[in-house]
Design a protein around this ligand. Sequence first.
Ligand code: ATP
Length: 440
Amino acid sequence: MENKISKIVSLCKRRGFIFPSSEIYGGFGSSYDFGPLGVEMKKNIKQIWWQEMINNYDNIVGLDAAILMNPKVWEASGHLSGFSDELVECKNCKKRFKQEEIKENKCPECDGQLLKPRKFNLMMKTFVGPVEDSASTAYLRAETCQGIYMNFENVLNSMRLKIPFGIAQIGKAFRNEVNPKNFIFRTREFEQMEMQWFCHPKQANKWFDFWKKERINWYLNLGIPKKDLRAVEIPAKKRAHYAQKQVDIEYRFPFGWGEIEGIHNRGDWDLSNHSKYCGKDLKYFDQESKEKYFPYIIETSIGVERSLFAFLVNAYEEVKGGRTQTTKAVKETEVVLKIHKKLAPIKVAVLPLVKNKPKIVKMAKEIYKTLKPHFMCLYDQIGSIGRRYRRIDEIGVLFAITVDFQTLEDKTVTLRNRDTMKQERIKIKDLVKVLKEKLE
Ligand code: ATP
């Protein structure tokens, strides 16, 4: 199964999804760059999440807060003291590991003796301004939600909101992870999509269950099968320092179950601590009941890259001997990326059947130009048509339009479906409409 990961890593590099960062200098730890297809897929994930949060639910508004904040934020949030991993170092090879990853009290790399565990804070430190002293120390945010809490009052007042309501945000977060690993699963820089739901403390359990269900359905609706998804309730001693209740939504990766999203009941931890530290009362006043209280916060927190990784693993399919049945099955293995239509980076490929017939090529280029403003498209005329179908299947292109000799006579093209490989003839003038319907 690990093999599947190396195949996906290689496909990602070869076909423009994900590249190692600063590769010409030997890379940089666990940093990755998203290539032309990766960035499209990432953008699709963010767009779907954003649109659903903002449009599908009542009372959720968006925010884009700064990454750099007053360091007091992190003192009050408990991240400077409580956001740490237990780190162990091998006496022999000097490699470092998270204590929770150690199964037998020996180094997993060289069987060497491990030194005593010590606390390792995950906040990424930097300096703001020209002087590098403690007064200019700042932190790259370790979670996007603190920016939301900083703006709780601003948003509440400017948007005239009433509890319950939510604030959604997408943005980068940074953690100085001890042991980044498993490709883009654990990196030091990543993007989060977080929604903070402010509610009455008595309603917190109800909303927790509501959001847990909604978030699980999100993955199911985007093609992750039930059998590869689970919700795990985290016991008190393993919970994040701010959480009263925590459920991790996990995906079955080839290397085991891994968290892709956390649902947390943060209680009044954040607002009450910030009130204490900044001296400003951040309680909510209910005009109708005249009650004044700290709202409880239910958080849904998902990693963009981790979920993208899960979607890629889920989509990757190998077919031994090839999928086409028209010739004898003596072909090599074919790869199809069966990505959900909303997530697929490229929706349509336009292919002239042959490249040496100027009329066919011209027609194909015209169709490509017409479709491009409507869908993410690619144009490909290199190699045999079978090879081109395989190339586009490998990157999950949903539909292939082939311009052939018949096109010149009756202005129709073939439209091939990635998953069924079925082809139908469509009039060129109907293409935009038909494709829009199919992509709905
Ligand atoms: P883990 O236990 O794997 O370190 P966590 O419980 O610390 O994760 P949360 O703080 O709940 O994670 O963050 C919410 C989401 O952000 C995670 O479910 C994951 O998708 C993403 N995330 C967290 N840390 C990383 C990381 N180092 N690299 C990539 N994504 C991450």
